[in-house]
Ligand binder design. Sequence first.
Ligand SMILES: Cc1cc2nc3c(=O)[nH]c(=O)nc-3n(C[C@H](O)[C@H](O)[C@H](O)COP(=O)(O)OP(=O)(O)OC[C@H]3O[C@@H](n4cnc5c(N)ncnc54)[C@H](O)[C@@H]3O)c2cc1C
Length: 439
Amino acid sequence: MDTIKNIIIGFGKGGKTLAKFLAGRGEEVLVIEKSNKMYGGTCINIACLPSKRLIIEAENGVDFVDAVNGKNDMTAMLRNKNYHMLADEQTVTVLDGTAKFLNDHEIEVTTSDGEVKKFKGERIFINTGATPVNLSIPGLQESRAVMDSTAAMDQTTLPKNVVVIGAGYIGLEFASMFAKYGSKVTVLDLHSDFLPREDTDIAERIKEDLEKSGIKIELGVDITKVDQEEVFYEKDGDKYVAKGDRILQATGRKPNIEGLGLENTSIEVTNRGAIKVDDYLQTTVENVWAIGDVKGGPQFTYISLDDFRIIKDQLFGDGKRKVSDRINVPYSVFITPTLSKVGLNEKEAKSQGISYVLKKLPVAAFPKAQVLKDPRGLFKALVDPDTGLILGATLYGAESHELINQISLAINQKIPANVLRDQIYTHPTMSESFNDLFK
Ligand SMILES: Cc1cc2nc3c(=O)[nH]c(=O)nc-3n(C[C@H](O)[C@H](O)[C@H](O)COP(=O)(O)OP(=O)(O)OC[C@H]3O[C@@H](n4cnc5c(N)ncnc54)[C@H](O)[C@@H]3O)c2cc1C
């Protein structure tokens, strides 16, 4: 059995960045990836980039099938680039195969041509991502119409009617996208609150805008069964049927530990099925780390990338960087217009008893929104009345996915709201909205 200095299981964001970094230091790295369609990981192949490309193409009025073809060209290009980024390194080997632990430090890889190889790793990094949660609604998994987010982006024709199960962030992005391409979309969700974690005024505006774009949103429903293209549900005691030639299951993703052979190791798993890690991403076995979605917590590419930074710092730096330092993690939901948030919203500040000054303006007040012909939305920020520091912001409006990073920087670097208020911004831009928002 060969002993390898660094074994990375899964070609994910954090893992591939770590592999490249280790190669730069001349270290031996074995990257194991179970699918040659997944070099570069989930984000570039089946998630962030293809979905955003399709959303933007819908906004640009491109035909759905052309958009899917263009998206496929893009992912093929990125996959090839990612493969060579690692495979062309002298000290890196990319192995096509599925890895499984035999014990704490040894793994077995079943390669794509059926060969079984065994390796011992001095360091092992698990970066196997997450997989969609399959609901156990009677008839759903047997339905010819059912699809997950990956299949949703690979349709050869535009579905006429799409039923989206789950009004979470991914479900809403797809709902908004299919509606823009011209599908008739119905969103069904178990919860009676829409976007329950967001402030009510923000959630209400989003719901209203989605409904105005033609999407039917049914909340507080109990889906009783699916019969091929028919989704049967009950709401307030009444019975309904939603029809969809495609039914998108968008009810979350779970850490991907299936088949990893963790039962052969002392690597522990949390009660939510994620690999248990400490503040430095070490598992319960020495010299074995977990990176990205598989360790639970927020599922974002940039979190997986930040996991790389924590490990890099631990192996080669002062070892101070840790998970618990990531207090203000921004996020964006790419509906149109975008919803972005960082830090606290009103709901959270109130529940934690934190006092704040509220800054709030409709997006229609900003000149650039008129230029963009999209005055929908609402910007909100919370400022600490004693220090003038920003406690958080929820920006629902055009280009908020770019703006939120400025607020995030201000929060993390303790730049007071007044600095953003008095900053000179170019014009016309959405950034200049901060001149007014923080007045
Ligand atoms: C539709 C959709 C849209 C999204 N949009 C965004 C977005 O806009 N922005 C954002 O930040 N995040 C987004 N996400 C989330 C983001 O994609 C994930 O958080 C991120 O890709 C996780 O990366 P990772 O490093 O954990 O591993 P991944 O990139 O998931 O990589 C894991 C790899 O491990 C491989 N693998 C698994 N098991 C084995 C095994 N046993 N042996 C060998 N290989 C194995 C898999 O094939 C895969 O390639 C989106 C997700 C979805 C589903």
